[in-house]
Ligand binder design. Structure first.
Ligand SMILES: CC(C)(COP(=O)(O)OP(=O)(O)OC[C@H]1O[C@@H](n2cnc3c(N)ncnc32)[C@H](O)[C@@H]1OP(=O)(O)O)[C@@H](O)C(=O)NCCC(=O)NCCS
Length: 319
């Protein structure tokens, strides 16, 4: 019986409940890794754009069961976009279908309207049918798809062979010095400027994430005469990470600046990442890509990746 449903803004004491809600709600989705409390904190109370007024927890008889976080990203506004996100929109399985998800979404949208943004975006996995229904009913429309791809090739990957004039630098990211996040952000922002849905990422957000995560991250830089012209970040998720049964390796992000494309850097950074992840014992290697990014799709298919699941980005105008 759903007797007493209440809504309130979270406090720092709720981080564990938020992690529990998100992990329960996303369990069974492809390649999910449970978030830890530090990662939730990095996305909320220590994030400069987080506003507790935009975040809502739903409780049933005092137990936290649902969460939504209406989020306005200042870097996107500064870049000229007037949009926003609902960062997480999750309800524990046993509690869906009682109006909780509708109310959480509605309250997040009221908050975002109050912030004066012109729209908002929320992704969902195609198999997450409750969220599809929720978003469609609320008037969201599909704008884009992302593919989650898995390398289903048991053969040893080829070794990366870079052009002779390019230097390669490999670094571990965890507990890294301050200069490393800003170097990653600079080359990321330069190489993604023509990518769908681009806005610059500020260094502090990346730094917060690096400090919070308990996976192992490494970066490979391609350097041409002291200028960083390409990079790939790889993420090793060992099975001892709570809730992960296979050792997953992620090609987390890969980019090459425009002046240095079509010279094999992208392909070889990808091979470098796959080889590093294999050397850590990855049983599966995964990545996420914009379904309309023909260049990257071609490169990933060539390296043995196939589409495993689909994430759909939904948007709604907030007039
Ligand atoms: C995708 C990206 C990394 C490719 O880097 P790159 O250094 O140009 O790639 P490569 O030179 O190694 O090319 C690899 C393969 O990609 C494909 N490719 C690259 N550029 C292409 C283009 N303009 N048109 C069609 N296919 C292309 C080809 O299959 C190519 O194989 P080829 O050597 O036989 O031509 C680069 O375009 C980029 O950084 N884009 C913006 C960020 C991004 O989309 N990142 C990946 C998504 S997470």
């Amino acid at each position: 019986m759903m007797s007493r449903i209440e809504y309130r803004h979270p406090t720092e004491n709720d981080l564990e409940s938020i992690a529990k809600i998100c992990n329960d709600s996303r369990r069974g989705l492809p390649s999910q890794r449970p978030v830890n409390v530090n990662e939730v904190r990095a996305k909320t109370f220590i994030d400069s754009d987080y506003d507790p007024e935009g975040a809502w927890l739903a409780t049933v008889d005092g137990e936290e069961v649902g969460y939504a976080n209406g989020y306005v990203d200042q870097a996107r506004l500064a870049y000229g976009l007037r949009d926003s996100y609902v960062e997480d929109l999750e309800v524990m399985r046993g509690y869906r279908g009682n109006g909780i998800e509708e109310t959480l979404l509605e309250m997040a949208l009221i908050y975002l309207k109050g912030r004066g943004v012109s729209g908002t975006q929320i992704p969902y996995y195609r198999m997450d049918t409750w969220k599809k229904r929720l978003l469609e009913t609320a008037g969201f429309l599909e704008v884009r798809r992302y593919y989650e791809m898995v390398r289903n090739d048991d053969r040893e990957p080829e070794k990366a062979v870079f052009p002779k004039d390019i230097q390669i630098e490999r670094r571990l990211i965890n507990n890294c010095p301050d200069e490393l996040p800003s170097r990653i952000v600079d080359v990321r922002n330069e190489s993604f400027v023509d990518h769908f849905n681009y806005a610059p990422i500020p260094v502090d957000k990346i730094k917060n994430f690096f400090e919070a995560t308990d996976t192992t991250l490494s970066v490979t830089f391609a350097v041409d005469h002291e200028k960083t012209v390409g990079f790939v970040v790889s993420e090793d998720r060992p099975p001892e990470t709570e809730g992960v049964d296979k050792r997953d390796g992620w090609v987390a992000i890969l980019g090459v600046v425009r002046s240095h494309r079509r010279r094999g850097l992208g392909r070889n950074l990808l091979l470098d990442s796959v080889n590093w992840l294999k050397s850590k014992g990855a049983e599966r290697i995964l990545l996420m890509v914009d379904a309309e990014n023909e260049k990257a799709l071609g490169m990933y298919k060539f390296a043995g990746f196939e589409v495993e699941s689909v994430e759909i980005l939904m948007v709604k105008d907030l007039p």
